[in-house]
Design a protein around this ligand. Sequence first.
Ligand code: PLP
Length: 374
Amino acid sequence: MPDKDKIGYRPTWAEVNLNNLEHNFREVKSLLPGEVKVLVTVKADAYGHGLIAVSKRLSACGVDYLGVASIDEGIKLRKAGVKTPILLLGLILKEDIQPLFTYRLTPTICDRQMAWALNAKAGALGKPIRLHIKVDTGMGRIGVLHNGAFKLVKDIHKFKNIIIEGIFTHFASADIDRKFTICQINLFEKLVGNLRESGIVIPLVHTANSIGLIDYKDSHFTMVRPGLVIYGLHPRESLGVNLKPVLALKTRVVFIKQVGAGYSVSYGRTYVTKRPARIVTLPIGYGDGYPRNLSNLAPLLIAGRRFRISGRICMDQIMVDAGNLGPKIGDEVVLIGSQGRQKITAEELADLSGTISYEIVCGLGSRIPRIYIS
Ligand SMILES: *Cc1c(COP(=O)(O)O)cnc(C)c1O
């Protein structure tokens, strides 16, 4: 049990194994030709793993770029002393460009208006700005539509105070639709080729997220952008890559009571004991981002055995029918991770919850302290 001065007095915490994070990073690097650069996405608090600790460890391992969603995430990194280049994967408003210069953040743009604003600001400050241009080849989200991209890049290339450092696109369906993904790669490749022929060579050309990186070798270009696999999570089954899980979610038994058969547990009385049982209460709930639709479904590990949540998940507490088994107050309980020979993955919880592993780990709330193992 970790230090209470650091993590507080509620015995619920997430362990983040930075050695495993490093292992995954090196594993991913080993799949790539040496000259391909790696941007790791650390948006959404590094997928719930902790923005600063994760970014510092990756920087120490030589990650080339960090990807965040917003200016605020970038500022947090700079204030924590992270020196690695930072790409804003999301868009910003024109009125918010000052921090890009103050904190050396690389913006993503997809239109001329923003290029104008950045060029003017960079001119006024006497400091050219590096940026990446986002192209939509089929995601239908941000990005200039692919058929207008050539012209846009040519125009932005003319701005004196702008350095086009990167160009990128994003896969919509790489996990399930090979044909569409290859079509996206071809559109992008053709664009980059046309630009090159017209004399515009952009150093960082990137499109591969985790699944792209593993399943589409010709999507690597000069940089890749994995997130999920770096956190040891699998974008699909049997990846053929040796990943180690980074995050474990744990709590401890705070209460146990003996009840008779036919006793109901939690709101709505959806669980009723079939025989006399010991009901265990654990201090974690949907207020921590543990999905309420896992009520009566999610497995958890106590004393090396698998149990299932009994009744509805409350905001701050969950209950487990432990039958006639005898967990004790203070026993460690694993909600994600392993105990003895048993294991529960974020992927398993995601399946039960009808979502993806990304949402399970990103959803873990700030009320859960992160304990770093390194
Ligand atoms: C989050 C994100 C990624 C990483 O995706 P994973 O599936 O986690 O590897 C890559 N590119 C962009 C633009 C993203 O927003």
